[in-house]
Design a protein around this ligand. Structure first.
Ligand SMILES: NC(=O)NCCC(=O)O
Ligand SMILES: [Zn+2]
Ligand SMILES: [Zn+2]
Length: 483
């Protein structure tokens, strides 16, 4: 069975041109004029782009005394509805739990996925077992390790643990990721705010000012440099963090920054909303920021100092958010966005002229595929690539509302926002999962995507670090010691 996408304009990270695309056996088998297939998808007026890759999701994640409510079924259904054809989720060992044990749990959850997926592994504690298991995790196709510099007393690792884990990443050709916020300072600020009676959701934002993010980002960059490893900074929300990344990159350091669609398009006024539920539903870490920070993130995407746009999709229902009534530190941290990332970025990026279409593809798909070492199998419209494709209708509009979303939660942080630019068709390894608004997903269709270690950037950096490593000075005439 072959499928041909006809009459569209292909848009990749570096090219825009008219051609048909032929799909067979889950792969792209031909690109060119006048192709024929058993099934035809009409892409007249549309852009044919690599399906989105969301490099940062938390599906069915155990966190803050509960589980995030979108699992691999509803989460990946939401992803496909919005043009995203792959997610990279986080396997999260509980303190003391082995990495391989945690991986088994995530393997079990992910069998329900509607689209392809991969994992990052979190380093939530440090010890001999973690050190020993890291290469075994890499052998299982996971080349990225996440470190939380926040969530003190839960997921947070200290600098000595982080340095040790980063060095291990360097040895095994892996890339460390960081959630960069100073967890010690956050914990102090939280206690102070609560003691002063400041217990509403707005205090969540007060307890996590941009400075805690800027400091931690800079610290992680320096630690990575000393460990001789590249670094990927997740959910960059502020100019303070972006400035640290920009500076590092200008010095030749191998650092990538990932802003979220929420931080790009929603601001901190949400936390001042008179409705407690409205504000609590938007509690996430780092919190939403003001216009100055948003402008910085957009500029970073346009200039290339920030690399990818993710969602950090970690969706909790209103009922779950209410665990934090009377104490903002108990509001489960996280927001949704999987279905809305691509339409929101197109509407606020491409339609406003802040991004070109090719930059859009780079930020939503290709750059993730390259950084995470799965390009060109993913993130490309090329013969031989997986047929993860979105046929994008730039004229199609809708108003975002929870009433029609795929996500399992009862609200949407983008409720009421108009978007123009939506998928006409979404294909996951050749299967048409979204057909002109109709959801045709297939539970269990998704497959794990293994990613090799020692990508080009790791290799280049380790070569450079070896070349410039401190060396003992050999001396011929050493004075005798003592007098
Ligand atoms: N971001 C957030 O608030 N929740 C998900 C966990 C994390 O990435 O920190
Ligand atoms: Zn985080
Ligand atoms: Zn996250």
């Amino acid at each position: 069975m072959t499928t041909v996408i006809k009459n569209g304009t292909i848009v990749t990270a570096d090219l825009t041109y008219k051609a048909d695309v032929l799909v067979e056996g889950g792969r792209i088998t031909a690109i060119g004029p006048d192709l024929k297939g058993d099934e035809t998808l009409d892409a007249t007026g549309c852009y044919v782009m690599p399906g989105g890759i969301d490099p940062h999701t938390h599906l069915e994640m155990p966190f803050m005394g509960t589980y995030s409510s979108d699992d691999f079924e509803s989460g990946t259904r939401a992803a496909l509805a919005g043009g995203t054809t792959m997610v990279v989720d986080f396997a999260l060992p509980s303190p003391g739990q082995g990495l391989l044990d945690a991986l088994k749990m995530w393997d079990n959850k992910s069998t329900r996925a509607n689209c392809d997926y991969s994992f990052h592994m979190a380093v939530t504690w440090w010890g001999e077992q973690v050190f020993d298991e890291m290469p075994r995790v890499v052998a299982r196709g996971i080349n990225t390790f996440k470190h939380f510099m926040a969530y003190k007393g839960a997921l947070m690792v200290n600098d000595d643990e982080m340095f040790a884990a980063f060095r291990r990443c360097a040895e095994i050709g892996a890339i460390p990721l960081v959630h960069a916020e100073n967890g010690d300072v956050v914990a102090e600020l939280q206690a102070k705010l609560l003691a002063e009676g400041n217990n509403g959701p707005e205090a969540h934002a007060y307890s996590r000012p941009a400075e805690v993010e800027g400091e931690a980002t800079n610290r992680a960059i320096m630690i990575a440099d000393m460990a001789g490893v590249p670094l990927y900074v997740v959910h960059v929300s502020s100019e303070d963090a972006h400035e640290a990344i920009r500076r590092a990159r200008s010095l030749g350091r191998r650092v990538w920054g990932e802003p979220l669609i929420q931080h790009l398009t929603l601001d901190d006024s949400e936390y001042r909303h008179p409705d407690w539920d409205h504000a609590a539903r938007r509690v996430m870490s780092p919190p939403f920021r003001d216009r100055k920070h948003q402008d910085s993130l957009w500029a970073g995407l346009a200039s290339g100092s920030l690399s990818v746009v993710a969602t950090d999709h970690c969706a909790f229902t209103t009922e779950q958010k209410r665990y934090g009534l009377g104490d903002f530190t108990r509001i489960p941290n996280g927001t949704g966005g999987l279905e809305d990332r691509m339409p929101m970025l197109w509407t606020h990026g491409v339609n406003t002229g802040r991004l070109t279409m090719n930059e859009f593809v780079a930020a939503t798909s290709t750059n993730s595929a390259k950084i995470l070492n799965m390009y060109p199998r993913k993130g490309a419209i090329l013969v031989g690539a997986d047929a993860d494709i979105v046929v994008w209708d730039p004229k199609k509009s809708k108003t975002i509302t929870a009433a029609t979303q795929q996500s399992a939660i009862d609200y949407n942080v983008f409720e009421g926002k108009e978007v123009t630019g939506l998928p006409r068709f979404t294909l996951t390894r050749g299967k048409v999962a979204i057909h002109d608004g109709e959801v045709r997903t297939e539970e269990g269709h998704g497959q794990f995507v293994a990613r090799e270690p020692s990508g080009a950037v790791n290799k280049a950096l380790s070569t450079w670090k070896e070349l410039t490593a401190p060396r003992k000075v050999e001396r011929s005439g050493i004075p005798a010691s003592g007098v």
